[in-house]
Design a protein around this ligand. Sequence first.
Ligand code: CA
Length: 233
Amino acid sequence: MRVLLVEDEPSIAEPLVVALGREGHDVVHAPDGTSALAAHADAAPPFELVLLDLRLPDMDGFDVCRALRARGDVPIIIVSARGEEIDTVLGLELGADDYLVKPFGVRVLLARMNAVMRRRAPVEAVEAAVGTGADAAPIRSGELEVDERAHLVRVAGEVVDLTPTEFALAAYLVRRPGAACSRDQLLADVWETSWTGSTKTVDVHVASLRRKLGERVRIDTVRGIGYRLVPSP
Ligand code: CA
């Protein structure tokens, strides 16, 4: 996978470049925000994943995140130091897909990278399936329609622009109309992690999904549990 690693700390960046390279990933290291944005703009073929440190010497990691999101939907995993939970939530609100708290093991990082990539997989799967008459009809609940084959979500017939993570969440909920889905269950099945420290990730993505789907689609909070898509005929 082509990975852009944005990290100013050599003691973190250098072993990561080596470890990810050993796993077969092609890593470009950018030590600050300016070089990260330049590398992203020049990349051919484009990067498939960005690992983004929030504390950078020249610019705020949030601005890098926002700029990358404005350019497209490359998956972004924020890498932050312990105790920066608030920062992390803001990063997720700006469109990052997941986050990891330093220090972390390479195994954990690889698992999270793979999970993020799997959430995007339907796009490539569709491209591969074009013309083969693949099944999987769109699933509907009221005015919400999730077409996993085309990787499209529509509300009242209008396509809604979702990030891969929001799409995966919408697809998960629409398959379980009326069911209370716990945060842990969502983390396990959508994010493929059981790291309970990241339940905030679920809340942030549900909030942005609600915002994008609008009031025609109701996702209720189930107090103390998680979320429920309110079924409609
Ligand atoms: Ca840093």
